[in-house]
Design a protein around this ligand. Sequence first.
Ligand code: ATP
Length: 350
Amino acid sequence: MTMTNRQPQLSIQNFQKIFKTGDGVKGVSLDVFKGELVTLLGPSGCGKTTVLRAVGGFQEPDSGDILIEGKSVLKVPPEKRPTAMVFQSYNLWPHMTVYDNLAFGLKIRGRKKEEIRAAVDKVLHLVRLPGTENKMPSQLSGGQQQRIAVARALLLDPAVLLLDEPFSALDAKLRLEMREELREIQSSTGLTMVFVTHDQEEALSISDRIVVMNSGRIEQLDSPQRIYDHPESLFVAQFIGRMNFLPAQGEGSVVDIQGRRFAVERPVEGAVTAAIRPEDIVLLDGEEAKDQLSFQATIRQVMVLGHYAEVTADTVAGPIKLFVPREQAAALEHGQSVPIGFMRVTAFHR
Ligand code: ATP
């Protein structure tokens, strides 16, 4: 799908907001297209919430512009913006029934009673909670309350739905379920969403595109697959997924790690850091071990994690971790020396 000639649903243009402390957002530009789920991902304090709040109208920028469906919304107060926001804490009104919580926004917009009833009924089915109209929020579990909060936002029919760490208060299993549900809601409604999280696994699993942020700036903006397979900076390589880092020497399109030379995608020169994912390190058998690219690895620890094992080993280039299928791991012993190979190496200037 080419996105170049379409008007973005949301366009953040050189957004800046620096707080007195000197922290904040130092220039973020981002276009989000209709029906896309874009995640702002980064460590605590990187500025992702500030960007989201600015889109919702809760944070005024120092400079830059925010356009929704082609129109600047900077002068539009939050309640008039074509956005709706879901927070980590569900923010349901405790003294109102589920129905009244959901109907409120439509009532103040002057919708007819029958119309509201039908809309509430429809959205409760969408979030898989039909029949809960007369319950009070306190009678619902955390996950159910968050579903109601999502339903309430959906009822406002926003041009952009903003979600600020919406699942981080839920337990791990429920979080997984909610991710799937949000994806389903997105595909059935075609809604445009901006999602904030510091959880890389959550970002990788639900996003069409991910914005990795660091210290108020965008480090990389890409599909989850590309962010994982082709991190553009050492920061992204460190932040996303598991990674081994070994000192190396860049020689253009190859890097030298202790005398073994590996091709790399992006040319590098001089002292660099070579990055290798644990799943890209393999145990070699007899013949393959004669390969001049192989390393001897001394096994230090084998930790079986279900269908695979995480193995820690020492090499001349430094300590590494690799993932090994459980059957192979069973044969490994502490102190044993085994040949290994690197399937893929990425390199970064230090
Ligand atoms: P978290 O995940 O912890 O919420 P974040 O990436 O969402 O982090 P922001 O909340 O956007 O980060 O904050 C970015 C930086 O700006 C942080 O250093 C934060 O302390 C600072 N900051 C945010 N809001 C304010 C404020 N109102 N006054 C002063 N500093 C602020």
